[in-house]
Design a protein around this ligand. Structure first.
Ligand code: SF4
Length: 240
């Protein structure tokens, strides 16, 4: 079954969440059911790159991964857009596992797919108020309960923080799902700039501020505070 693919790149490091720093390849699928105000991958859903979408069989994706990564990788991240929209990714996940390659997924947790239970490193990143999106907590409750019961690998929550309302949202989420590892990540509100030096200063300032705020919280005790690492290294450059 063919999948809509926009980018395949790597090896590089994962810049976010539970496997930050991990050497990985990326497969970026097209399409998202959200339209976050600060989305840094709008090209996956706003139609601007619709001509670049390739419909690919899992075997063809595997071939491109091997062309680009040779035998230098053992981990692939499925990112988007929202790969969680695609029922048919199942086959790709199985194929990667057949090659002893671990699979990570990034999704906002707005849809459930049975193949989530096969993912090795699953990041659920519900979007906070600054995104302009509204979380469906019935769906998110169902996903988290299902993963807790049946997932073979690990999963975690990751919230990108832009302002106080976002931090409040993350705090409430932590209270709702206390057993799920929570990562807080500094939001990049300068997704258009190519001035990497200014961007780095700006983001480091925000990172420090977020750390200070989390230290003051008596609820956010068992959390991890992360930068969006690839932005600090390579700015807003794509495909790294
Ligand atoms: S869910 Fe992710 S890809 Fe979709 S609009 Fe929001 S930030 Fe962008």
């Amino acid at each position: 079954m063919k999948l809509p693919v926009l980018e395949i790149f790597g090896p590089t490091i994962q810049g976010e969440g539970m496997v930050i720093g991990r050497k990985t390849m990326f497969v970026r699928t097209a399409g998202c059911d959200y339209s976050c105000s600060w989305c840094d991958s709008k090209f996956t859903w706003d139609g601007s790159e619709k001509n670049a979408i390739q419909m690919m069989e899992p075997k063809e994706i595997m071939d491109v991964l091997s062309e680009k990564g040779g035998d230098h990788f053992g981990h692939v991240t499925l990112s988007g857009g929202n790969p969680g929209l695609l029922r048919q990714i199942d086959e790709l996940v199985d194929l990667l596992h057949d090659h002893q390659i671990k699979v990570a997924l990034e999704t906002q947790g707005s849809r459930w797919q049975d193949w989530f239970t096969k993912i090795d490193d699953l990041t659920l990143s519900p979007k906070p108020p600054s995104s302009g999106m509204k979380t469906n907590f019935d769906t998110l409750d169902f996903i988290i309960e299902s993963l807790q019961q049946t997932q073979a690998g690990d999963f975690s929550l990751k919230i990108v923080i832009f302002d106080q309302d976002d931090l409040r949202y993350a705090t409430e989420l932590h209270q709702r799902y206390p057993a799920v590892t929570l990562y807080l990540q500094v939001g990049n509100d300068e997704t258009e700039t190519d001035n990497n030096e200014n961007l780095l200063d700006h983001l480091l300032g925000k990172y420090e501020l977020l750390i200070d705020q989390v230290m003051e919280s008596n609820v956010l005790k068992d959390v991890r505070v992360l930068p969006q690492l690839h932005t600090y290294l390579w700015g807003n450059k794509r495909g790294v």
